[in-house]
Write a protein that binds this ligand. Structure first.
Ligand code: SF4
Length: 460
């Protein structure tokens, strides 16, 4: 029987079938951070049990960390408590922590692939919605709730219902100025925030294969924003090249042997999905969101739709936008380039290349936050920090930063931020903050002009 990539990996991880059609699934790697792990560790303590597989549990501090003066004590009391609790829990339960001050600390979904812990064919979970990012390497990766974090810490397994399977195919070549972020914002705008509920998505087609590994991570990252349980892309030579030499992977013949296994990880011809949709890359332009969910996005050349719906109007009211308006020339006060969606070295290189020799608009506060210490170091070694500084951008230290208002990097009430992150919910970047999701290039262009523009005008 031909099988999908998802079925191949899922079936290989079934420990046992249980009543009601549910299954016990083995989890290869469990990432944890300071926000969703404290209650789970408390649960273990109450029950008097240890972490079952400490060598398969990887912790990092990312959500609550400041992005400047990381050598100093954390100022915000709540953030400090969260990070301190993670440190003491990791010490007590003997879990490896990539905490503040560690030379490989960073956002959980950036450091996993960077360290070579994220591998094809595995199951990966984290108490974090955007765990789907790791699926770019051809694995089953998904976010879990706090009680499930405790379940995995104590058993390295989860009791799950098997999700349905969906394939999203994008054929063709993206034009210059159109990136992976535009591609996924376009897909979400077409399928809506509930369009993939109950499904695990495999992305396929020449446009997906044409993306770099960083781009594939951007796409898989936002799968959750259309309700999908996760997203995955079959591994290929690009995947293996990206992974080669990473810290947690073997080298030489042992790596070649792994590659031989990983090459089998693809959907067989004739395998069936519960749902299939396809798009053409030629229809995708730079995208921006105009509302308060990631599905409320348009091509920069389009106008805000005219819809008669209470929630739609409420969303526009929050953003102070009108139906039928263009998003071009809308002013913003903040530019945030970072988050687990777009904070990798490729994103920073792209932005540096664009802003080199240009100057940020005087009214804009522009912040670039690398996804990890390794990205930060690499950016400095390549001289990107100098380019950013000369252009008036502030290069910060790694963390989730302004992706969410859980640390010191917040956007003021009523202010607009064009952001490369993945969520534009009301108050996501701070109480009353207004978020416009876009690609790193679109964000960089807005920083230069002080307003939203079609970045392609610079490229033609
Ligand atoms: S960068 Fe944002 S979306 Fe990603 S893990 Fe951090 S808070 Fe979550």
């Amino acid at each position: 029987m031909p099988k999908t990539l998802f079925d191949k990996i899922w079936d290989a991880h079934v420990v046992k079938e249980i009543a009601g059609g549910r299954q016990v699934i083995y989890i290869d790697n469990h990432f944890i951070h300071e926000v969703t792990s404290p209650q789970a560790f408390d649960g273990l303590r109450t029950r008097g049990i240890d972490v079952f597989r400490t060598n398969k549990t990887i912790a990092t501090a990312d959500h609550n960390v400041p992005t400047q003066n990381q050598h100093l004590p954390i100022q915000d009391p709540l953030s400090k408590k969260q990070v301190d609790t993670l440190i003491s829990n990791c010490e007590e339960f003997q879990v490896d922590l990539y905490g503040l001050g560690h030379k490989k600390q960073g956002i959980v979904h950036v450091i996993g692939p960077e360290l070579g812990i994220t591998r094809p064919g595995t199951t990966i979970v984290c108490g974090d919605s955007h765990t789907s990012t790791h699926g770019a390497f051809g694995n089953i990766a998904f976010g879990i709730g706090t009680s499930q974090v405790e379940q995995v810490l104590s058993t390295q397994c989860l009791i799950l219902d098997k999700p349905k399977k969906m394939r999203i195919t994008v054929e063709g070549q993206l034009e210059a100025g159109v990136s992976a972020k535009d591609l996924i914002l376009y897909i979400i705008s077409k399928l809506t925030v509930g369009g993939c509920t109950g499904y695990f998505v495999e992305y396929a087609g020449s446009a997906i294969r044409g993306l770099s590994m960083e781009g594939r991570m951007t796409v898989c990252n936002m799968s959750i924003e259309m309700g999908a349980r996760g997203g995955m892309i079959a591994p290929d030579e690009k995947t293996f090249e990206y992974m080669k030499g990473r810290e947690h992977l073997p080298s030489g013949a042992a790596y070649e042997a792994l590659k031989a296994q990983w090459r089998l990880l693809k959907t067989d011809a004739g395998a069936t999905f519960d749902k299939e949709v396809s798009f053409g890359a030629a229809d995708i332009t730079p995208m921006v969101t105009y509302g308060t969910n990631p599905g409320m996005g348009i091509r920069i050349t389009d106008k805000i739709p005219q819809l008669d719906s209470v929630s739609f109007n409420k969303s526009l009211e929050y953003m102070d936008y009108q139906q039928g308006e263009s998003m071009e020339n809308k002013t913003v006060q903040h530019v945030f380039i970072g988050s687990c969606t777009n904070s990798r070295i490729e994103d920073l290189r792209l932005v540096a290349d664009f802003v080199k020799g240009k100057q940020k608009h005087a009214a804009i506060k522009a912040m670039i936050v690398p996804g990890s210490k390794q990205v930060e170091l690499q950016a400095k070694q390549e001289g990107l920090d100098v380019i950013f500084e000369q252009a008036g951008f502030e290069l910060r230290q790694p963390g989730c930063s302004a992706c969410l208002g859980m640390n010191e990097d917040k956007v003021g009430a009523g202010e607009y931020c064009i952001s490369t992150s993945n969520r534009n919910f009301e108050g996501r970047q701070g109480p009353g903050a207004r978020t416009i999701l876009a690609s790193p290039l679109m964000a960089a262009a807005a920083a230069i002009e002080g307003k939203i523009v079609d970045v392609r005008k610079y490229l033609s």
